[in-house]
Ligand binder design. Sequence first.
Ligand SMILES: [Fe+2]
Ligand SMILES: [Fe+2]
Length: 237
Amino acid sequence: MTEYHTRADMPERYARTLDQMMKSQAYRELAAAHMFGHGLKYVPELKWLKFMTWHIREEMEHYEVVAKMYAEFAGESVEPWVNARLAEKPIEYAESWFELAMAQFLYDRGGFWQLQEYENASFPHYREVIRKIIAEEKGHQGLGERIVVEMCQDSAYDQVKQPLFEKWLRYGLLSFGRPGGEGNAYAISVGLKKRDSGEVMKDFIDDIRGAVRSSGLRWPAAGALGMELPEGVDWRL
Ligand SMILES: [Fe+2]
Ligand SMILES: [Fe+2]
């Protein structure tokens, strides 16, 4: 696979694809910081407050490293673009502790799986930044899941758990982009990502299956998510 070290060496389409990947990543990191920051008021205990403030700071720092990388790559700041995108396409906020845990479990984990597709990218600077973020994202995993599984044992959440699960499952799955398509195929062919989005969706579903089962949740009915899903997803529980 050809590696490129500067933008000037890259074929135009390669540079454009990478530019878009960095922008989306920057947006996603800042959106995560906003979402968890917004949710801070719902956090009920000191031990979780410590976790959540640490998490918010890490998401902000991810934004910072991606923004720095973008400035070096593109010769301009990504901030105006990210701010405009956040304004026109605001991220959904969690509006309770239970929902925040659901977002932590599904939205944050979606990002984690998505990043792993870029960890061997054929642009060394990008791949180094992505690997650093993945290492930190590993530390975010698990806790949201634990809180969700625990709270779902409480019948007080019986009415809300399934709809909130479906809402945040959808956001988690949207992290991967649409399955198939020419853009996916191009990014894979030049070594910018590993696999088609559909394959990542399947891994993500496999990864959360145990927690979904333990929480007494069920997969949404076909078509309920209103998004394109790949063929061959294992919808067993
Ligand atoms: Fe992050
Ligand atoms: Fe995270």
